[in-house]
Design a binder for this molecule. Structure first.
Ligand SMILES: Nc1ncnc2c1ncn2[C@@H]1O[C@H](COP(=O)(O)OP(=O)(O)O)[C@@H](O)[C@H]1O
Ligand SMILES: [Mg+2]
Length: 254
């Protein structure tokens, strides 16, 4: 394992769709090293591969070829069950359209990720309640998603993304469906989460939001076009409770 603060390394990551005449590359020989505490914004025209990239990092989809090294372990080829376990522990995901389950109350939505890390129900509800209070949604615990505004729903989705204390947050245009006021609130919450030492990778179309980023990557045709760091690696926020986990691969159950 690297002794520096690398959390994610993508090496030659490629996602191909179709064959022969219909062959196209959503990601092409994509290399990227991400340090703990980066807040990366991914920009670029529609169809350039931004969502594909987040899906790869979130292990929601598999690359055609290439390596994905997460905390020193190549996870590109491990079983879907192990990917799901790793995802539940390490990665929180926020979508443009919130992706809340409509027939579950807010608190149950937020508690859901804790099912996958085997927390008992009382603990799940307590943690969900705490996460919601952080986002000023305590009075809304037993509302259903459709009873909330878009901004509130996205804050619920953020609570759900962080409830299991993952160190990586992926967000695909999280403010894309929000008015500017709600958008600002959501960005301030993401900023706070980042300042606690978490790593955030966010897709956006809005150049104004790049003020929150420590690094801005512009993509084009499945590749990196420009990559600019606005904060040096030494100055990235570090986890408040530094849990330097010894990532012994052998400890992960097969
Ligand atoms: N399931 C799929 N089958 C075929 N092509 C796909 C599929 N998913 C994405 N693509 C193609 O991959 C490219 C990148 O898509 P995507 O990652 O969604 O781009 P972005 O998020 O930047 O708009 C696009 O050309 C898209 O049409
Ligand atoms: Mg997209």
């Amino acid at each position: 394992m690297k002794s520096d603060n690398t959390i994610i390394e993508l090496k030659g990551l490629t996602k191909r769709y179709g064959y022969g005449d219909t062959e196209s590359f959503a990601l092409k020989d994509f290399d990227l090293t991400i340090k703990r505490g980066e807040f990366i914004m991914i920009m670029g025209p529609s169809g350039c591969g931004k969502t594909t990239l987040l899906n790869m990092i979130g292990m929601l989809d598999r690359p055609t070829s290439g390596e994905y090294i997460l905390n020193g372990e190549n996870v590109a080829g491990i079983s879907s069950a192990r990917q799901a376990r790793l995802r539940a522990k390490k990665i929180g995901i926020i979508f443009q359209d919130f992706n809340l389950i409509q027939d579950l109350p807010v608190i149950e939505n937020v508690a859901l990720p804790l099912v996958y890390v085997n927390r008992p129900r009382t603990v799940r509800l307590k943690s969900a309640s705490e996460a919601l209070s952080r986002f000023h949604l305590s009075e809304r615990e037993y509302y259903y998603p459709h009873q909330l505004s878009g901004g509130q729903q996205q804050r619920v989705a953020i609570a759900r993304a962080i409830v299991s204390e993952p160190e990586i947050i992926l967000a695909d245009e999280p403010t894309g469906n929000l008015d500017s006021r709600s958008s600002n609130i959501v960005m301030e919450e993401l900023k706070n989460i980042h300042e606690e030492g978490n790593t955030i990778i966010m897709v956006t179309h809005n150049p104004a939001l790049t003020v929150y980023a420590t690094r801005v990557i512009n993509m084009l045709d499945g590749q990196i076009d420009t990559d600019i760091k606005t904060v040096s690696d030494q100055n990235l926020p570090q986890p408040i409770n530094v849990k330097i986990k010894k990532n012994k691969k052998s400890k992960e159950k097969k």
